[in-house]
Write a protein that binds this ligand. Structure first.
Ligand SMILES: Cc1ncc(COP(=O)(O)O)c(C=O)c1O
Length: 301
């Protein structure tokens, strides 16, 4: 809900406080994102590998998903495929290297499990590269992605040539639950305003629905509560999401409506930053609550 009937357009928001923005709005804490970027760069330097960020919120040219596209290094056809790419049409297609997203880490229950998956993945990549070399197929690059594995890299990843994570710039609730980051590392929020009080239902209505949040997180078995946490209010949970609206209610007891006047702003920490960011035409980048830049994501595939 805009605070005024004729909100400023585009760059007129520069210099404004987050509290003035029309909601729902995607806010990115610049300092936090910079720190996350710097820390990932340092991890790569310490391992002696390059960092090639996966800019998925802005889309990339090629995306490959394990089990959807690609071949596992242990599959019988893997060597033949690499040989065919390397030898059949070298002018049009060049075998640059092998890559594993390491998406299995998203099913892990904590950092030790993430690291075990990362160790196994790095080893599998290494074995495949050796196999290719022995077969006379040059394979200069070996790369691995996934924010969980790259946030707590194991020494074995130093044998690769690059890391290719993406989410780490923003982090989110999912990464917090996996142990990839600390609460202060999450750079993204969806700002929303209280639209109404429902005393009989013990609920608040807010102007953030799934069109501003995405439904990612619902599948964790908690319903809408899995899609976002309310910053600074662990006593509240999201219990309903329509396209444009959300419903908040207390985890237990009666809601103190005086603490959440109509028009007041709340900040939601999304379950999956990449899914949420993809819902927004503009990111309001801020420094300590003041807008310093507007980022416009590239759309399309
Ligand atoms: C092929 C590929 N590589 C890397 C990434 C980045 O992974 P993460 O978001 O876990 O850092 C993705 C994310 O979707 C991906 O699809």
């Amino acid at each position: 809900m805009p605070p005024s009937l004729r909100p400023p357009q585009g760059s007129a928001w520069l210099g404004r406080r987050l509290e003035e923005l029309p909601t729902p709005a995607l806010a990115v804490a610049e300092g936090t994102a910079r720190r996350n970027a710097e820390r990932m760069l340092q991890r790569c330097r310490a391992l002696g590998v390059r960092l090639r960020p996966h800019v998925k919120t802005h889309k990339t040219l090629v995306r490959m998903f394990d089990r959807l596209v690609g071949v596992r290094p242990t599959e019988p056809g893997a060597l033949e495929l690499a040989r065919a790419v390397a030898q059949s049409a070298p002018r049009r297609v060049a075998l640059v290297g092998v890559y594993a997203h390491c998406g299995d880490t998203y099913q892990c229950a904590g950092v030790p499990e993430v690291q075990a998956v990362a160790r196994a993945t790095a080893a599998a990549l290494g074995r495949f590269v050796d196999m290719l070399r022995q077969a006379g197929v040059p394979c200069p690059e070996a790369s691995m992605g996934s924010t969980p594995s790259c946030s707590h890299p194991v020494p074995e990843m130093g044998a690769l040539t690059e890391l290719h994570p993406g989410n780490y710039l923003f982090y989110d609730l999912q990464q917090l639950q996996l142990g990839s980051c600390a609460p202060q590392d999450v750079a993204l929020r969806v700002l929303t305003r209280v639209l109404g009080h429902y005393p009989r239902r013990n609920q608040l209505l807010v102007d953030c629905g799934w069109a501003a949040l995405s439904l990612h997180g619902q599948q964790q078995g908690q319903g809408p509560a899995g899609c976002a946490a309310v910053e600074g209010h662990p006593e509240l949970r999201l219990v309903g999401l329509t396209q444009e609206h959300g419903l908040l209610e207390p985890v237990s007891g009666a809601l103190d409506f005086d603490r959440f006047p109509v028009g007041s702003m709340l900040a939601l920490i999304p379950f999956h930053a990449c899914a949420t960011a993809a819902m927004h035409p503009v990111y309001y980048v801020h420094d300590e609550g003041r807008v310093v830049a507007l980022w416009h994501p590239v759309r399309g595939w």
